[in-house]
Design a binder for this molecule. Structure first.
Ligand code: ADP
Length: 406
């Protein structure tokens, strides 16, 4: 009988976020973050459930050192990686291409495939791989499970997943729409069904994941049928620093007329666009403060953000045909009442409305914010990607454990 704990690792290029969860009761035993790996002034923050948070500044030259620092902190709390209670390590992997439609126990072939996908996810997959390899070295005997951001979207029909470009060229370079934030869209669409007291198979949901990165998805009966991010997380909604949808010809124009290089435009569209490019701020709290103070640039940025969001709600309404709920999630979606109100304003004809009083109430759990008699439920549903990764990891290792017994 293996243990009931799962360690979830989210390895970025210069940071590692981790959570240790107990899957018997879903309790969070420890949460932490190592930042500025390989840079000056590395920092670790560790918060055990039973005790004070601890912070530590020092040198963390690479991911190996980061995971060892994490392991030392877990050890201090009696939650060390050597514990037989640890059943598996679940890794967030951003790009799983078309092959990985499910969480997958990592072996050499899986590592090779994640590596093969680096050209379509150059910022994320290398760091995810490093995280897996480092964790393997620390606990070679333990199952390592890869949970892919793209997996939930592999159910999209070809009509939604293909760009209308020459098929041979697209296929030769694996150019298609993959979608991201999949663990969040999966979790939130299921939790929305639960909030409505219905089975996920019976419910059509538009999920609006509005964080610093932002994406929308259309989920029919628990399966994703469209999502706003594409080949990369740049497509779709206006985000904190990313442009979302633009005419692709903007790029040629900036190259030919603006004299910019491909890399410069990549940086422009990913890091200097979206809300920060429009008004100099990417935090919705600050933008709303400026809007309320009459700042015109912040007002325009907010309006552009809302206009795009509203277009996607309308588009996914049409894709689904029947919508039971619209769910807001992530930093902005869970916390910004003005964004939620503005996004559905004027959509009464589609059966969408928010109740001002319910929308203004702050709360931790999933909740309805639409009027009692609304045709379509509007909900705030906090996302929990770590819990989803842990749950999928735990289910997979328990399943394979059971299969081994038979
Ligand atoms: P990510 O995981 O993409 O980094 P999050 O889902 O944590 O992002 O969302 C971060 C964003 O949420 C912030 O940039 C900020 O715009 C927004 N946010 C957080 N708290 C609030 C709040 N109380 N009101 C409005 N926006 C908020």
């Amino acid at each position: 009988m293996s243990g009931s704990r799962v360690l979830v690792l989210n390895s970025g290029s210069s940071s590692v976020k981790y959570q240790l969860l107990d899957m018997r009761d879903g309790g969070r035993l420890a949460v932490g973050l190592v930042e500025r790996i390989g840079e000056s002034g590395s920092r670790l923050k560790h918060s055990p459930a039973d005790g004070e948070s601890r912070e530590w500044n020092g040198s963390v030259p690479d991911h190996d050192a980061a995971l060892k620092a994490m392991a030392a902190e877990l050890d201090r709390d009696g939650l060390g990686l050597g514990s037989p209670e640890l059943a598996a390590i679940g890794h967030r992997v951003v790009h799983g291409g078309l092959r990985f439609t499910e969480p997958t126990v990592v072996d050499d072939a899986v590592l090779a495939e994640i590596e093969r996908l680096i050209p379509v996810a150059p910022l994320h997959n290398p760091a995810n791989l490093t995280g897996i390899r480092t964790a393997q070295a620390l606990r070679p005997d333990l199952p390592q499970v890869a949970v892919f951001d793209t997996a939930f979207h592999t159910t999209m029909p070809e009509s939604a997943a293909r760009y209308a470009i020459d098929v041979e060229t697209a296929d030769a370079h694996r150019v298609r729409r993959y979608g991201f934030h999949g663990t969040s869209h999966a979790y939130v669409s299921r939790e929305t069904a639960r909030l409505l007291g219905r089975a996920p198979e019976d419910v059509n949901v538009i999920v609006l994941h509005l964080g610093n990165g932002a994406s929308a998805s259309a989920v029919r009966g628990g399966r994703c049928v469209d999502t706003s991010m594409g080949l990369t997380p740049l497509e779709g909604l206006v985000m904190g620093t990313r442009s979302g949808d633009t005419d692709p010809a903007v790029i040629f124009h900036l190259m030919r007329v603006g004299g910019m290089s491909a890399d410069e435009i990549d940086t422009l569209l990913n890091k200097r666009s979206g809300l920060i490019g429009l008004c100099g701020d990417n935090d919705m709290r600050e933008i709303r403060r400026r809007v309320d103070a009459g700042d015109e640039r912040a007002g325009l940025a907010f309006d552009i953000y809302i206009h795009r969001l509203k277009k996607y709600i309308g588009a996914y309404y049409a894709v689904l045909g029947r919508v039971d709920a619209v769910a807001f999630t992530a930093g902005v979606g869970e916390n910004s009442a003005p964004v939620r109100e503005a996004a559905v304003a004027g959509l009464e004809g589609l059966g969408l409305a928010v109740d001002g009083g319910l929308n203004a109430v702050r709360g931790d759990g999933a909740r309805l914010i639409s009027p009692a008699d609304a045709r379509v439920a509007v909900a705030v549903v906090p996302t929990d990607e770590e819990m989803e990764i842990a749950a999928q990891t735990y289910a997979l290792v328990n399943d394979s454990g059971n299969q081994n017994l038979t």
